[in-house]
Design a protein. Sequence first.
Lengths: 252, 281
Amino acid sequence: MQPKISIQGVYYTYGDGTEALRNVSFDVLPHEVFVLFGPARSGKTTLLRLLNRLSDLTDDATLRGVITFNGASISGRSVDVFDLRRRISMVFAVPTPLPGSIRFNLTYGLQMAGMRDRRVLAERVEQSLQQAALWDEVKDRLDSSAMALSGGQKQRLCLARSLALEPEVILLDNPTSGLDPLSTNMVEEMLHDLSQRYTIIMVPHSVQQAARVADRAAFMLDGELIEVAKGERLFLHPQDQRTEDYITGRFG
Amino acid sequence: MSRQRSQRLAVALITAVAVLVFVPVIAIIGYLIVSGIGALNWEFLTAMPRNGMKEGGIMPAIVGTLILTMGTALVSMPVSLLAAIYLAEYARDNRLTRTIRMAIVNLAGIPSIVYGLFGLGAFVLAAGFGTSIIAGSLTLGIMTMPVVISTAEEAINSVPQQFRTVSLSLGASKWQTIRHQVLPHALPGILTGMILGLSRAAGETAPILFTVAAFYVPTLPSSIFDQTMALPYHLYVISTQVPGMPLTIQYGTALVLLLITLTLTLLATGVRTTMRRRRDW
């Protein structure tokens, strides 16, 4: 099976010489929930931002190695980066609705891509809210401000906003960091349904969350990839001592 | 002195000084109103000057100032806005950027009479516009640019970074992001800076002295290549160059000029407050 995303020998160095990633290689398969976990500053978020080239916003950093999406490199000059970001969509750790209505948030990306058809836009709004389990709560106030939603609702709105683009891959950067247990539970339960239609790459809030949601998982430490395996195997029988130490809480 | 006493003394002193700020404002406005309100009537605002400007109205000067203010806006606003967008969103920290910033700082520090002489040399003579509305507008426009650019850049920078990141992550281009996520939220600040810049331009005398202002023209300008009267210069003229000028006309003219700049300032405050109240982040 062709990997959805393939990362081969990636080194990523900031302008000040800090090596954020060192020789990272792994594949993400279609329709899996792939979890990237590890201690703070191990390079997880940096890696996510490389995948949809939000890393372009960082000046002076250098990337070596190859990242492919559906078999084609994402780095070339000929790549339409705006299209890439719609197909590999990101949800951030801090839920950040854009100022404006709920509907505005959901249709923003599509409208920027030139979608004008009101019927399609309305369809996408409903579909994406349904998928993010937010429709029932907001269907009567789509035109009220997205800023008035609760934290958990905001994060589901941000997820819906990504889904409205009908992406192929969803990048979730610690999407439950600020959420209460109930909202966290809702998001976690959504993941496996979503993986029927999308490929999901997620940085989890905790090792426990990683173990709950991962089809496969990768352990990262200081910019290096230590170990990749199926979730069950990685969390029950880690091969590397450092992975085991981290999972069992001996450091981190 | 005990800590309580020194504390009380400090507060009293600071409050007193803060209140002192009011005094000149109230004094100037109050004095002008008291002395000039008698001159204000419909004829004063809408009639041409008569009898060596000692009678009649000051309409050409009012109209001239309004036209010059609009001309200044047309010259200064687009350039300033684009420059601010460039500096805030696109400029990297390199020699070019530093040179531009240095130029702006220096522009802000140039005395207004020097702008006037520059306008005379560049627009009136070299460009061949003659003493005209277009030469005056260009001069005033350049003079207001540094203030408008700085406030606009600040307003753009104060838009939270994450709105840009989110917008880009949803596939918007950089320009779309600026257009739809940055400028709308920076608008109150940008408008405030623009209006304040214009209110300063409306009240300046030196830059228009050689570039556009006419001592006495009993007609309204018919094209941008005409001279025009303008309130600040007119005020200077009737206060110093015309013997036997009735005081009420002088004060009345000053009051009208003050009302125009005051209106612009209040407009700026109003715009900012309304738009701030409407935003929900």
